[in-house]
Design a protein around this ligand. Structure first.
Ligand SMILES: Cc1cc2nc3c(=O)[nH]c(=O)nc-3n(C[C@H](O)[C@H](O)[C@H](O)COP(=O)(O)OP(=O)(O)OC[C@H]3O[C@@H](n4cnc5c(N)ncnc54)[C@H](O)[C@@H]3O)c2cc1C
Length: 348
């Protein structure tokens, strides 16, 4: 019988989400010789690691302190080792189990994907930066209103105002202290997130104004923000600050969208999985920030272990006779040719 599913190429594993968990799952899936597809909603791979490109990451086993963007480059390179099919700009919204046990995934675009197993590595869902809720603020996004700090140098010698009180706002204030002419931090509460040491450091170097919120953005030339009008949250008293750049860090809004209706047993932010990363839907597994279990480690390192467990479970789900985990690289034929190439290039 001709169905929508059998017109599509069937994959063994389809991974939803191209952050560190999805990328490592793609690598490991290749190691286990599975036909693999990785689908990412954004136009870049990396997930939440894209939020802190300049941060020096210290806590990944076997990796000396490395900037997140460099580490991400390596995670992507490793993820592509066995040439998985990668689909970008594709938000998956639908999951339908077919009579034969395979799955049809539907994207917001209407595209469909056919797969024997699904590994959910979609973190906290689709991520959107919380924007400044001031009418017309978006017109300054092309000039000097920023929602992330991609490059500290961009702010060299500038008077920077940061709005927000989370740990990223505190980190940025401290890092910009070495580069900017001045840093003003505006927060609607008196308390800040992040390590106490970082908050104290920020208070020593930045002009911290609490409890204040941005009331208006003012422009001398109609193109960029030159002054910010602040309002005291309790008294309503107003003051202005001259600026060259405004950075807003009001956190992220994440949303699973229709994934919540797929029947996966999940709390507000985490899917409940068993010790083999299995969800309550046979054939659907999870890894990384998407999953919750008692000993969950919400770090890059944790996503790697989850990924191995989830992929091995998917392998055994498809082939109950399969070994429960991959052979180490010295006994895995998939690496023989690749080792030869690397040795010839003297890259190892
Ligand atoms: C500011 C900050 C600093 C951090 N610092 C560190 C650190 O120093 N060390 C450390 O170990 N960890 C750190 N972390 C945590 C680490 O980044 C996360 O644990 C890690 O990114 C989780 O990876 P993940 O792949 O599970 O999820 P994510 O990185 O969130 O990736 C999920 C991906 O899934 C995609 N997606 C979501 N829904 C769909 C859908 N429906 N269809 C298709 N794609 C979808 C998203 O677009 C995203 O790309 C930090 C996090 C933040 C926010």
């Amino acid at each position: 019988m001709e169905t929508a599913a059998n017109k599509l190429e069937l994959y063994d594993v389809t991974i939803i989400g191209g952050g560190p968990a999805g990328l490592y799952t793609a690598f490991y899936s290749g190691m286990r010789e599975l036909k693999t597809k990785l689908i990412e909603a954004q136009d870049q791979l990396g997930g939440r690691m894209l939020l802190y490109p300049e941060k020096i990451v210290w806590d990944v086993g076997g990796v000396v302190p490395t900037r997140a963007e460099k580490l991400l480059e390596q995670i992507i390179q490793q993820g592509m080792t066995f040439d998985p099919t990668v689909v970008m700009n594709e938000q998956i919204v639908g999951l339908d189990k077919q009579e034969d046990g395979t799955f049809l995934l539907t994207a917001a675009s209407g595209n469909r994907h056919h797969t024997k197993t699904v590994i959910m590595t979609c973190g906290y869902g689709i991520r959107k930066l919380a924007k400044l809720e001031i009418e017309g603020a978006d017109r300054y996004e092309v000039s000097n209103l920023y929602y992330t700090v991609q490059e500290l140098e961009r702010f060299r010698g500038q008077r920077v105002l940061i709005s927000g009180g989370g740990d990223s706002a505190v980190d940025w204030a401290n890092e910009l202290a070495h580069v900017a002419a001045s840093v003003t931090v505006v927060h609607r509460r008196d308390s800040f997130g992040g390590l106490e040491r970082n908050v104290s450091m920020m208070k020593q170097t930045a002009d911290v104004r609490t409890p204040y919120a941005i009331k208006a953005l003012q422009s001398a030339d109609g193109k960029s923000i030159s002054q910010v009008l602040l309002q005291h949250v309790e008294t309503g008293e107003e003051s202005t600050v001259e600026v060259d750049a405004v950075i807003v860090n009001h956190g992220m809004r994440s949303d699973f969208g229709p994934i919540r209706n797929w029947g996966i047993d999940m709390g507000e932010w985490k899917a409940n999985v068993g010790p083999k990363m299995e969800t309550n839907i046979p054939g659907v597994f999870g890894a990384g920030d998407f999953v919750g279990f008692e000993s969950k480690v919400g770090l890059i390192a944790g996503t790697f272990t989850d990924a191995v467990l989830a992929l091995n479970s998917a392998k055994v789900y498809m082939d109950p006779e399969a070994t429960p985990y991959a052979y180490v690289s010295s006994h895995n034929d998939r690496f023989k040719e690749k080792n030869k190439e690397l040795e010839e290039l003297q890259k190892v």
